[in-house]
Design a protein around this ligand. Structure first.
Ligand code: HEC
Ligand code: HEC
Ligand code: HEC
Ligand code: HEC
Ligand code: HEC
Length: 289
């Protein structure tokens, strides 16, 4: 080879190899970024809907609960989109002449459903279920954002595999008491917003979320002295610890633990909600069956 190609062409070949490598990497990075761009993921985009339905008006303004319209979110894989009848509960009396509501009246008159554009839409080869997430203490806002502040619905998160896995590898930072799943403003347990929980243990292997009881108000407000002493301890067993004989309180049967950090609350909930290990939750079969 050395007789045909001299040293300089050797260097040229090497340089062009490096150059090709760089182009391939650049292309890869561009494609990867394109794949994550809102243009592909539809993150943040407002879909064109037949009726400009406002969650802000109906949830924040009128105080309607999510389940009023998304009736199956706790007991099936689909949250469900409400039928026209649900809208007509009110709109047969309110805003009956508004142009904006013409498609709703049309649908009611003809019996043909309103065709809403899907905002969230996973590919068919991915399995997802609302039931388990909601019943294991994941709130709507963790995945959908501040729906109560959205005049027009949009996708808050990418719904890409990486996003799902991020939580499946470390769910505890996102877990909350199941009583708080509809709380749009939930920010986790902290010194300022402590959470008290008790757990009655049921046999292992069953879903245990029902055995956990949590509250965001002090269940033993009388325990003043132990409250002060416990200020810096995380977590702290609050009830049944008062050794002051002067305490007029009757003996408590449930013992609540006070949590002043999301870390500690998350550890407790992972254990008592019987959440699988990050390794089990990240295996392919969980989402690709
Ligand atoms: C008065 C009925 C009503 C209430 C109450 C309501 N929604 Fe909706 N929701 C709808 C309708 C209608 C749509 C479809 C139109 C749209 O996307 O805006 C929808 C769509 C959605 C979507 C997007 C669906 C998709 O296409 O991917 C999410 C997420 C959602 N709602 C969450 C919530 C949450 C969380 C709450 C409670 C904070 C809530 N909704 C309360 C009626 C309601
Ligand atoms: C509990 C009663 C109630 C239900 C159920 C209800 N609405 Fe409304 N809706 C109202 C009221 C009240 C207003 C007027 C809000 C305002 O102007 O502050 C309104 C306003 C609207 C408007 C005008 C724009 C706006 O947001 O102000 C649209 C469009 C609308 N509703 C669509 C729907 C659709 C679609 C459904 C069914 C998925 C529905 N509504 C269900 C009470 C209701
Ligand atoms: C762990 C994340 C997560 C949580 C928690 C969650 N959702 Fe969803 N939601 C999704 C995903 C992902 C989709 C898209 C599902 C699909 O395309 O198959 C979706 C779709 C929806 C839809 C569209 C219709 C449907 O059933 O596919 C509605 C409505 C909805 N969610 C409402 C809610 C409400 C209300 C809550 C709280 C009670 C909630 N979601 C909690 C992730 C979540
Ligand atoms: C914010 C946290 C979070 C996000 C985001 C999330 N998950 Fe989960 N997921 C969980 C937790 C917690 C469980 C319950 C695990 C358990 O009980 O062992 C779970 C369970 C599941 C299960 C098991 C259902 C069963 O019956 O075995 C599936 C499937 C699943 N998730 C799919 C998804 C998909 C697909 C996405 C993304 C579109 C997603 N999850 C996003 C936290 C999350
Ligand atoms: C927590 C749920 C979850 C787990 C676990 C999971 N995936 Fe996925 N996967 C998804 C979702 C959601 C998508 C769809 C992504 C999108 O629409 O952009 C996806 C898409 C894919 C795709 C299509 C290409 C792509 O990136 O869009 C392949 C291939 C894939 N997954 C392979 C795997 C393999 C292999 C494993 C195990 C190592 C795995 N997945 C584990 C949720 C999951």
């Amino acid at each position: 080879m050395a007789q045909i190609f001299d040293r300089s062409s050797n260097a040229l070949a090497r340089a062009s190899l490096v150059l090709t490598g760089l182009i391939v990497i650049a292309l890869g990075v561009t494609l990867d970024q394109l794949q994550r761009s809102p243009w592909v993921t539809r993150q943040g985009q407002r879909a064109d809907q037949p009726v400009p339905f406002s969650h802000k008006h109906h949830v924040e303004g009128l105080g309607l609960q999510c389940q009023y319209c998304h009736v199956s979110v706790e007991k099936s894989s689909y949250a469900g989109i409400p039928p026209t009848r649900t809208c007509m509960n009110c709109h047969s009396q309110i805003w009956t002449n508004a142009n904006l509501l013409e498609p709703v009246r049309q649908s009611w008159a003809t019996g043909e459903s309103i065709v809403w554009t899907k905002v969230h839409d996973l590919p068919d080869f991915v399995y997802f279920s609302h039931e388990i997430h909601v019943n294991k203490g994941l709130g709507c806002s963790t995945c959908h954002g501040r729906v109560d502040e959205m005049p027009i619905m949009y996708e808050q998160n990418t719904l890409q595999m990486e996003w799902c896995l991020n939580c499946h590898r470390n769910p505890k930072v996102n877990l909350r008491p199941t009583s708080e799943i509809y709380n749009m403003a939930w920010k986790g347990a902290s010194e300022m917003t402590p959470v008290w929980c008790s757990a009655s243990d049921v046999k292992s292997g069953t879903p245990t979320a029902e055995s956990v009881n949590c509250t965001t108000t002090d269940p033993n407000p009388g325990a003043g002295s132990s409250e002060q002493a416990s200020l810096h301890l995380i977590p702290v067993v609050n009830a049944q610890t008062t050794d002051a004989p002067s305490s007029a309180q009757p003996a408590q049967t449930t013992s609540y633990t006070k949590f002043t950090s999301q870390e500690a609350l998350g550890d407790f909930l992972v254990q008592h909600y019987n959440i699988r290990s990050p390794r089990d939750l990240s295996s392919c079969e969980v989402c690709h069956r």
